[in-house]
Design a protein around this ligand. Structure first.
Ligand SMILES: [Zn+2]
Length: 299
């Protein structure tokens, strides 16, 4: 029986998280642009891989676990009704979300039974109550699939963070909150912390932001929030201006720039010095980055 994830994080314990899932599926040939509209609305993202290439999804999870990840995030980012409807498969949201959970749990049980599965889900848009109903349904499906943690992620405004936490906390699992674009949405972590008071939030993770923005905002988050903090950065996943939704055309390009695995590990070390206990990668990071973080995070 694996130790509970919160027990591992008690007394400053550190856990290594995986890297990007959608961008890694793209690197391996999955057309993640399905459902993208001309002008730029992003579709259900990597969800299509669950129906068409589940073995690849599982392979990505397994590669992250072999690279040392203690936590992997399910491929359920936008497996909700409203986003999947953009690809004509809206009614399949529950099935796809459950499959995403099961694939991650199977990968974990195969490669490292001591690791944890975080059920990652994102609100489809800002502010609409129905969007948070979608989160509630996805959290239930992921809990049924056996995940260890629910991770509402890619959430921005303070009121959305509170609504996402409320929607995801009913299943009774540990809850991590992933706040996106921290140069914008973590300008006032005191206000966020105040809004979350009385709600169950076990960790706040600064995510999907350039590493330098995370370095800039993490100290203020540490000062404002009593729970565990962590970070997973977007190192360069750039919009293709003429993306059309053609499955043969990817909508973003992976550009590491200076954020090589070695450079990313230096950021990880910096964030740990700022109090981060959970370190991973978001868009465009791959198993190479997790491998580079491994000796830093695990000592
Ligand atoms: Zn990202």
């Amino acid at each position: 029986m694996r130790e509970s994830i919160m027990a591992r994080l008690k007394d400053g314990g550190r856990l290594l998280m995986d890297g990007g899932t959608g961008s890694e599926l793209q690197r391996r040939g999955v057309g993640v642009a399905r459902g993208v509209t001309i002008g730029g609305d992003i579709g259900p993202w990597s969800a299509r891989a669950l129906g068409e290439a589940p073995a690849l999804v599982r392979e990505v999870h397994e590669d992250y676990l072999r690279a040392g990840a203690d936590i992997i995030i399910t491929n359920s980012f936008w497996t909700n009704q409203s986003r999947m409807a953009m690809d004509g498969i809206g009614e399949k949201w529950a099935e796809y979300t459950r499959i995403a959970g099961e694939l991650a749990v199977e990968a974990r049980d195969t490669v490292n039974p001591d690791a944890y599965v975080a059920g990652g889900i994102a609100p489809s848009n800002q502010g609409s109550p129905s969007i948070f109903e979608e989160l509630r349904g996805q959290a239930e499906a992921l809990a049924d699939a056996g995940v260890d943690v629910i991770l509402p992620e890619y959430v921005g405004p303070v009121e959305d963070c509170a609504a996402a936490v409320d929607a995801c906390s009913e299943v009774g699992l540990p809850l991590f909150l992933g706040v996106k674009h921290v140069n914008q949405f973590l300008q006032d972590p005191e206000a966020l912390s105040a809004a979350l008071k009385g709600r169950r939030v076990d960790a706040i993770l600064a995510m999907c932001s350039a590493p330098e923005y995370i370095s800039e905002r993490l100290p203020a988050l540490r000062g404002a929030f009593d729970g565990v903090i962590g970070a997973y950065a977007n190192i360069g996943y750039l919009w293709v201006e003429n993306a059309t939704g053609d499955p043969n055309q990817q909508m973003r390009v992976i550009e590491w720039g200076e954020n090589t695995p070695g450079r990313y590990a230096e950021y990880g070390e910096e964030w740990m010095g700022m109090g981060a206990q959970i370190i991973g990668g978001c868009c465009a990071t791959g198993p190479e980055h997790v491998e580079a973080l491994r000796p830093i995070v695990k000592g």
